[in-house]
Ligand binder design. Structure first.
Ligand SMILES: Cc1cc2nc3c(=O)[nH]c(=O)nc-3n(C[C@H](O)[C@H](O)[C@H](O)COP(=O)(O)OP(=O)(O)OC[C@H]3O[C@@H](n4cnc5c(N)ncnc54)[C@H](O)[C@@H]3O)c2cc1C
Length: 452
């Protein structure tokens, strides 16, 4: 019997995971990507022993399913667990990196909040919960539940870290569902979290999420995902020229390797939301995904700098630092990458990956390298005691990098529901649905096959 066929448009980790799972289910898969490499925003460059990531530096493995997938594509031996040191996370406060409190004693002593701010945080269980049909922004939610200081000194930086976003325009129930769900189920975030923890401890699912990278960086993962597709390897530099529905999906594409067309039982669109409108798809399908095309992407630059260890005063004993807006700094955050994973810098050197731009200061992302590098160095000198010139520099720019789960996100999800009902042979997958983390993207990509 002839195999069923699936066309996957986009070879980022979402598309590659979907293609893998569909192949496992017996589909013949064709993957096309307009880019010249697999992995989308993920790629790793290496020079003189320094590694720099274009997108994510870390993969949070969220479930057994994703862990099994990583193992099945042959990455087990090259998986690097983040060091113990990486458990420590810093927030910038008064120009100094301050560790996130991990115990009650740390909390009492931390300079992250004033005594009044601490008291306000502790009152969270007493704050009345939001009505179920409310749609508060992160700012409204955090301010109401934890107080202004918590918002300005910690949560603002936390959401800049995940979304390169602004707390006044992200919708809490979509941008950080655990917060909303804990509050709604437990009457308060803290009480809901305790309840959920107890429930998990007594359930069968004892999987503990883990933070990893790979010996040759995140790019290695993307390459392995593509290799795992065997004969169905992605066609790169490919331009999709036609997609129509006539009983099945008829598609045509053009690439340096081939100009071809075929018909498919299943169509998986794994491109970013803002690229959907550029696909040669018309008619009722285009109308159905139109509301999703308006999802905004935060512009973000990732600048990795390498230094002699002796040129950095700070011990770099952590994951990195997040920077709240009230610190008036050009960087959104800095990862202490070489403290997390081995092989990121030669012996005696360190790498720091700095993020610039985001929805907070999009204009900074447009500056030329000659302006961004000195601006970041000035901040690093002040905050981490960096002296001397960097011996390694690598900037990656993403004009639209991270999708914003903003205040109109609920309406967009409604449109997605309608699309799923109307087009049962079409799946949309990507970081704009179900979580921006690379681990979420892989998990949601794998789940695509459950539908077909
Ligand atoms: C700077 C930065 C830092 C990040 N840091 C982290 C982190 O620390 N931890 C974490 O978990 N996540 C992080 N992320 C997020 C995570 O990396 C992404 O959400 C995830 O990799 C997105 O994967 P994707 O496949 O959905 O999309 P993409 O990677 O964007 O892939 C989409 C693909 O579609 C292709 N495409 C677009 N249009 C077409 C077309 N017309 N025809 C064919 N192909 C097309 C593109 O070329 C691309 O290859 C970061 C992201 C960025 C940008």
């Amino acid at each position: 019997m002839e195999k069923k066929k699936a066309l996957v448009v986009g070879a980022g980790v979402s598309g590659l995971a979907a293609a893998y799972a569909l192949r496992e289910k017996g589909y013949a898969v064709k993957v096309v990507d307009k880019n010249n490499h697999v992995g989308g925003v993920i790629s790793t460059s290496e020079e003189n022993g320094f590694k720099a990531e274009s997108g994510t530096n870390t993969l949070m493995i969220p479930s057994q399913r994703v862990l099994d997938f990583i193992t099945s594509i042959g990455l087990e031996r090259d998986t690097l667990l983040a060091s113990e040191t990486a458990k420590k996370r810093f927030f910038l406060r008064g120009g100094k990196p301050v560790p996130m409190p991990m115990s009650l004693l740390d909390f009492i002593k931390t300079p992250l909040f004033s005594p009044i701010g601490k008291l306000r945080l502790m009152l969270e269980p007493l704050v009345k919960k939001f009505p179920a049909d409310a749609n508060p922004s992160v700012e409204e939610f955090v301010k109401a539940r934890f107080g202004k200081e918590a918002l300005e000194n910690v949560f603002d930086a936390f959401f800049a870290g995940i979304y390169a976003g602004r707390t006044d325009s992200l919708a809490v129930k979509y941008a950080f569902p655990p917060f909303w769900n804990f509050e709604q189920s437990g009457g308060s975030v803290v009480l809901g979290a305790i309840k959920a923890r107890r429930k998990k401890a007594s359930s069968e699912n004892l999987f503990k999420p883990m933070v990893v990278s790979f010996a040759d960086g995140m790019g290695q993962m993307a390459r392995k995902m593509a290799e795992a597709l065997g004969d169905d390897a992605p066609i790169l530099n490919a331009r999709l020229t036609q997609v129509d529905f006539e009983g099945k999906w008829q598609a045509a594409w053009s690439s340096p390797q081939e100009d071809d067309c075929d018909e498919f039982d299943v169509l998986v669109l794994a491109v970013p939301a803002w690229d959907l409108a550029k696909l040669p798809v018309g008619g009722t399908l285009a109308e159905a995904f139109e509301p999703l095309c308006g999802i905004r992407g935060a512009p973000i630059n990732s600048l990795t700098l390498g230094f002699k260890r002796s040129d950095v005063e700070h011990p770099l004993d952590g994951f990195g630092m997040l920077v709240p807006q009230n610190e008036k700094c050009s960087i959104l955050g800095t990862l202490f990458v070489s403290s997390m994973f081995e092989g990121r810098a030669p012996s005696g050197y360190v790498t720091l990956t700095n993020y610039v731009g985001g929805m907070r200061s999009p204009e900074l992302a447009d500056l030329p390298d000659e302006e961004i590098v000195p601006m970041v160095l000035k901040d690093l000198e002040r905050i981490l005691g960096v002296r001397g010139a960097p011996v390694f520099k690598r900037m990656f720019r993403h004009k639209k990098g991270i999708p914003q789960y903003d205040m109109s996100y609920g309406e967009r999800l409604e449109a997605l529901k309608v699309l799923r009902e109307k087009f049962p042979s079409v799946a949309l997958v990507g970081s704009y649905i179900g979580g921006v983390g690379a681990g979420n993207c892989i998990e949601n990509g794998l789940r695509v096959a459950d539908r077909f």
